[in-house]
Design a protein around this ligand. Structure first.
Ligand SMILES: [Cu+2]
Length: 284
């Protein structure tokens, strides 16, 4: 969103600048794509429309993916405003199919740009693949498409999503929110979903996610002033503070407790146990 706003501002400044400078004969090229700063991940042809999917990332990645959508009417070559969209990512595995945690798709300040997120739990492979289903409506009509997408492990191989069975026998998906780690006490957030069935992943509310960041390469030392992640109902996220005292490889050991304080998954880091079975990783 910030990038979109920034982009609108850039156009405005460009227009103002053109208006004020008479001596400049060079044509000012203004790219009209409000998503020009993002990566085009997919361009689906269906129903005489082109549906484009953009992301800050350059691939569909395991973990949290913020996605932006545009729908072009191929007949008029114009982008559709005020459409409503829903997405259904499906992974077709050899023995079964399942979806993943995902958001509704909402409008942005750009009338022809829509956004949402999807949290892929696993990558595709040679025989098992993800398909992105989209249903969209405008002008009183509803259209559908479903196209294969490539979901890959992140280029750095770091773990940003955990799928686990809790002590309550429920299945959960825990995803780290994207962040730029710094040597500082960082804002740190995650999303936690309960797997109700293969298709339904409601937000798990009111839990606690305890964090214990460690540097395994340096005697497994920790850091001071961390804050466990607690639920923020305003955006369905778990928020806390992650203290990183130096650059390098960090393992963020995790413990998830339910609303009553009962431990669902994860272990303490001790002399005998160097890591929790539940963790995120980062290196910077
Ligand atoms: Cu799968």
């Amino acid at each position: 969103m910030k990038t979109i706003k920034f982009y609108t501002l850039t156009i405005l400044i460009a227009v103002l600048f053109t208006a004020c400078s008479e001596s400049n004969d060079d044509p000012i090229v203004i790219d009209e794509n409000p998503l020009a700063a993002f990566n085009l991940l997919s361009s689906f042809e269906a129903n005489n429309h082109t549906v484009e999917v953009y992301s800050k990332q350059n691939q569909y990645t395991i973990g949290y993916n913020e996605l932006f959508f545009r729908i072009k009417d191929n007949g008029t070559d114009s982008y559709i405003s005020d459409a409503s969209l829903t997405m259904t990512p499906m992974m077709h595995m050899e023995m079964m199919s399942h979806s993943c945690p995902k958001s509704t798709i909402s409008n942005t300040k750009e009338a022809s740009v829509y956004k949402g997120f999807s949290i892929f739990q696993m990558p595709g492979n040679a025989t098992e693949y993800w398909e992105l289903g989209l249903e969209y409506s405008f002008g009183g009509q509803t259209y559908n498409l479903a196209e294969r997408i490539e979901v890959k492990a992140p280029a750095d191989g770091k773990k940003r999503v955990n799928v686990f069975t809790g002590a309550d026998e429920n299945r959960y998906v825990l995803a780290m929110m994207p962040m730029k780690p710094e040597v500082a006490v960082n804002d740190f957030s995650a999303m936690l979903f309960k797997m109700e069935n293969m298709m339904t992943f409601p937000v798990a509310e009111g839990y606690t996610i305890e964090i214990d960041p460690r540097m395994p390469g340096m005697g497994n030392h920790s850091s001071p002033n961390n804050q466990n992640l607690t639920f923020d109902a305003s955006n369905n996220m778990y928020k806390g503070k992650l203290s990183l005292t130096m650059t390098g490889y960090w393992k963020i050991n995790l413990k998830v407790k339910d609303a009553s304080g009962a431990l669902l998954k994860g272990e303490d880091v001790t002399e005998e146990n160097e890591a929790s079975s539940l963790y995120f990783e980062m290196e910077f």
